[in-house]
Design a protein around this ligand. Structure first.
Ligand SMILES: *[C@@H]1O[C@H](CO)[C@@H](O)[C@H](O)[C@H]1NC(C)=O
Ligand SMILES: *[C@@H]1O[C@H](CO)[C@@H](O)[C@H](O)[C@H]1NC(C)=O
Ligand SMILES: *[C@@H]1O[C@H](CO)[C@@H](O)[C@H](O)[C@H]1NC(C)=O
Ligand SMILES: CC(=O)N[C@H]1CO[C@H](CO)[C@@H](O)[C@@H]1O
Length: 735
């Protein structure tokens, strides 16, 4: 009870604006970062260190697997088990050899080849993530399935924190309407959206083994390798290969097939010949119910669930635009051959927003709040002319028309804030505009938030103005009008084109076909109708194609009247445009891991320690509590503090093992725990910050509330540092 009261009181004593988490969280992040040792991520020295560490880890894995094999043999285990263990051993040896090679290259070549360093960096992050169970390859005991991963305990906590912040930053901030729709989706919905027909990748098969590959990946790998490794190719050839890379996404199935033949590309694993490319639909198909008559799919995105609910949501919102709906959920894509670890997976979490807006008014009332932000943008023109991304103030990008409209610009700004507050490094984040050929024909403008990782620039958030496409598609297929109305305060006079087929004349001329001719006449658009009107007036008759009859008919002046009339209208009915920010949560989290990871030498200097510099917002565990030495009084104090932290809703871990305090710090640094409370007396304790390793001294009663304030972002470590007495690290921190 006592602690709760303290927490409540001290909220007021820090003069930060509680209601504006935006400003406080932002300052929490930027002030903390002064303490971070911001080294360039891939320096040679660090690479060498990380490689040596990775190598040592692999060596011990090889040793223990070797022991396991010997044990199996000694126990005369079944042959299949022994073989599997040997296969695993060989796999580990290969990985070890690959690290050794990288290490050699780094040491001898001074790390000139950036890609090697990146690989080593990735391997170290990867090892740490896997060892500390941030993620686990799914179904590992059955040797796993490519493209499927489990989140282990810290991974789950990070994901839950990222999603919690997403809800706060988007759903709460904009009063979005959140929905939660099923993953299993009937075919008709995905037929309407175009996924059944178009959601495909082109695939080629190894003609002997049947192994499948993505056709464009093989061509891309071929071109890249030729360009990088083959120094004998002519300038002409190099230009051709570069051109192929540039137009890769536009190549048809035939063109891809022709290039694969021309370059003599074979299956990478076997060198066998390849089949012609053919489309493979990436959706997992299933059937709903036992009859097998009702086909369905696991949804490839969450957006469709929102579109089909548009009518009800619009009503729920008081028939007012603009508004946004949001959904977080699993999506599925049956990738042909997943590579890139956690970045390309077959089941993943999407968080999507559909912001519905009047197509004639895409202004945003809160745009001024983000207009002054300045970050890396990579407009279409800059990409075409071979420049790189540069910093442009968002307000300028919108006013100059680089970004199509304010609402799209507003979301770009909000996405930037979201990602950087999570801990994404702003220098390795850019917003790249889609080239004209990347964009669907209906889209008005598209930007991807791309984050640079060891795999290169990765698309993590797509922000697209999809115009009215999706709602129109579902209106057409379902027959339910997904539209909005604007009621006029005064009726307005509008000029309307009226097409009046004269049924009597048409009946005489076309008999049984009359209905189809009438429908075709009524379906003319304004341009067609005006042309017909002009021809009829000048010539008296015209040829007219009736598609449903599959032929032309002759229409004379007496068969139809086309006129412009003034009509009074009380409202305007229109299909809203939709602006869609779509977040690949797993990709964001993976990039966050890479951006947060660094190593530093232990105090003795004999080893490199891993650290994740997660902001408190993201950290899987916010705080650890250690008694300095095993001692009943200290343990009692630790338990009391732990209880207050629980009451305050702070995830924490209490560690009463007798391990040295330095080891305990190292273990929690590797999980990215930002604060540690060490109990070294019964009246006061120390609080240590992870990146600076600075320590303050706080009364036992205050400890939990201080942690609560800094982890909630209501205050910063810098403020806390200037408020409380400092503790020299020598006494407690013996790393
Ligand atoms: C981690 O490394 C292993 C082996 O090199 C690889 O198979 C796996 O895809 C990597 N995982 C991630 C998430 O990159
Ligand atoms: C455009 O929409 C905004 C609301 O997003 C509204 O405040 C503004 O008045 C509208 N402008 C016009 C010209 O209708
Ligand atoms: C059908 O009519 C259109 C004009 O409406 C004309 O351009 C076209 O050539 C005609 N086709 C045939 C087969 O007569
Ligand atoms: C439809 C719409 O509102 N478009 C606007 C997008 O933003 C630019 C720049 O502010 C305006 O000029 C457009 O009219």
């Amino acid at each position: 009870m006592r602690c709760l009261l303290l927490i409540a009181l001290s909220t007021h004593s820090f003069g930060h604006n509680f209601l504006s988490p935006l400003t406080t969280l932002h300052s929490a992040h930027s002030t903390l970062s002064h303490a971070f040792t911001r080294r360039p991520p891939y320096t040679t020295i660090q690479m060498e260190e990380t490689l040596r560490k990775a190598l040592a880890e692999k060596q011990s894995a090889v040793d223990s697997q070797g022991n396991a094999v010997r044990a199996l043999k000694a126990a005369k285990a079944a042959k299949a088990d022994v073989d599997a263990a040997i296969e695993a051993l060989n796999g580990l040896k290969l990985e070890k050899a690959s690290i050794e090679k990288q290490l050699q290259a780094t040491v001898s070549g001074g790390g000139g080849d950036g890609s090697l360093n990146r690989e080593a960096f990735r391997q170290t992050v990867n090892n740490t993530l896997e060892r500390r169970l941030f993620y686990i390859p799914s179904f590992k005991i059955y040797r796993g399935v490519a493209g499927l991963y489990d989140y282990g305990p810290p991974g789950c906590a990070v994901k839950s924190n990222v999603l919690g912040f997403w809800r706060q930053h988007f759903v709460l901030e904009e009063n979005m309407l959140e929905v939660d729709c099923p993953c299993v989706t009937p075919e008709v919905v995905l037929k309407a959206s175009g996924h059944v027909d178009k959601f495909t990748d082109l695939m080629v098969k190894d003609e002997k083994t049947g192994t499948c590959y993505r056709a464009d990946h093989l061509l891309k790998d071929f071109c890249n390798e030729k360009l990088q490794k083959d120094l004998s190719i002519t300038a002409e050839k190099a230009a051709e290969l570069k051109h192929v890379l540039a137009v890769l996404d536009d190549l048809s199935s035939e063109e891809l097939g022709a290039k694969i033949k021309e370059y003599g590309i074979t299956a990478p694993d076997t060198k066998n010949p390849l089949s012609d490319p053919y489309p493979f639909n990436l959706m997992f198909q299933t059937s709903i119910g036992p009859s097998g008559l009702s086909p369905g799919y696991m949804r490839p995105e969450t957006a469709q669930g929102i579109f089909v609910n548009f009518k009800d949501l619009y009503y729920y919102n008081g028939n007012k635009l603009p508004f946004a709906a949001a959904q977080i959920g699993q999506a599925f894509r049956n990738e042909i051959s997943p590579r890139q670890g956690l970045l390309r997976v077959r089941e993943f979490t999407l968080a999507e927003i559909e912001h519905f807006v009047d197509p004639e008014n895409k202004s945003h009332p809160k745009f001024s709040e983000v207009a002054n932000l300045e970050f890396l943008m990579f407009p279409r023109e800059e990409q075409m002319s071979g420049h790189s991304a540069k910093k442009i103030p968002l307000g300028e990008a919108v006013s100059r028309g680089i970004v199509n409209n304010e609402t799209l610009g507003y979301f770009i700004g909000r996405v930037y804030l979201f990602l950087t507050r999570l801990g994404i490094d702003e220098d390795r984040l850019r917003f790249r505009q889609h080239l004209a050929n990347e964009m669907a024909h209906y889209a008005a403008d598209c930007w991807d938030a791309e984050i640079e990782s060891s795999y290169g620039w990765i698309e993590c958030v797509g922000i697209a103005d999809r115009s009215a496409y999706d709602l129109r598609a579902h209106t057409d297929k379902s027959g339910v009008a997904l539209v909005a109305q604007e009621k006029f305060s005064e009726p307005r006079e509008v000029e309307k084109l009226v097409i009046n087929p004269v049924k009597k004349e048409l009946g005489l001329a076309f008999k049984g076909n009359q209905r189809m001719v009438v429908e075709a006449l009524e379906a003319m658009n304004e341009k067609e109708a005006l042309e017909m009107k002009a021809t009829l007036e000048s010539k008296g008759e015209t040829e007219f194609l009736v598609c449903t009859l599959g032929k032309n008919v002759t229409i004379t002046k007496s068969m139809v009247t086309i006129s412009k009339e003034i009509k009074k209208e009380h409202q305007r009915v229109f299909t809203p445009s939709v602006i869609e920010p779509s977040f690949g949560i797993g990709r964001i989290i993976y990039c966050l891991y890479e951006h947060s990871f660094y190593t530093r030498p232990s105090k003795a200097g004999d080893e490199q320690l891993n650290v994740f510099r997660f902001p408190p917002l993201v950290a899987p565990i916010k705080c650890t509590v250690f008694p300095l030495v095993q001692n009943q009084q200290y343990e009692e104090v630790a338990k009391v503090i732990s209880q207050s932290l629980t009451t305050a809703g702070i995830s924490h871990k209490i560690d009463i093992t007798g391990t040295s305090i330095g080891k305990r710090y190292a273990r929690t640094d590797e999980l990215g725990v930002p604060f540690a409370i060490t109990v070294d007396s019964t009246s006061s304790v120390t609080i240590r910050e992870r990146d600076s390793k600075d320590q303050i001294r706080v009364d036992v009663e205050r400890a939990a509330s201080v942690i609560k304030e800094v982890t909630d972002g209501r205050t910063t470590w810098a403020d806390v540092w200037s408020t409380f007495p400092h503790q020299s690290s020598a006494s407690a921190d013996d790393e």
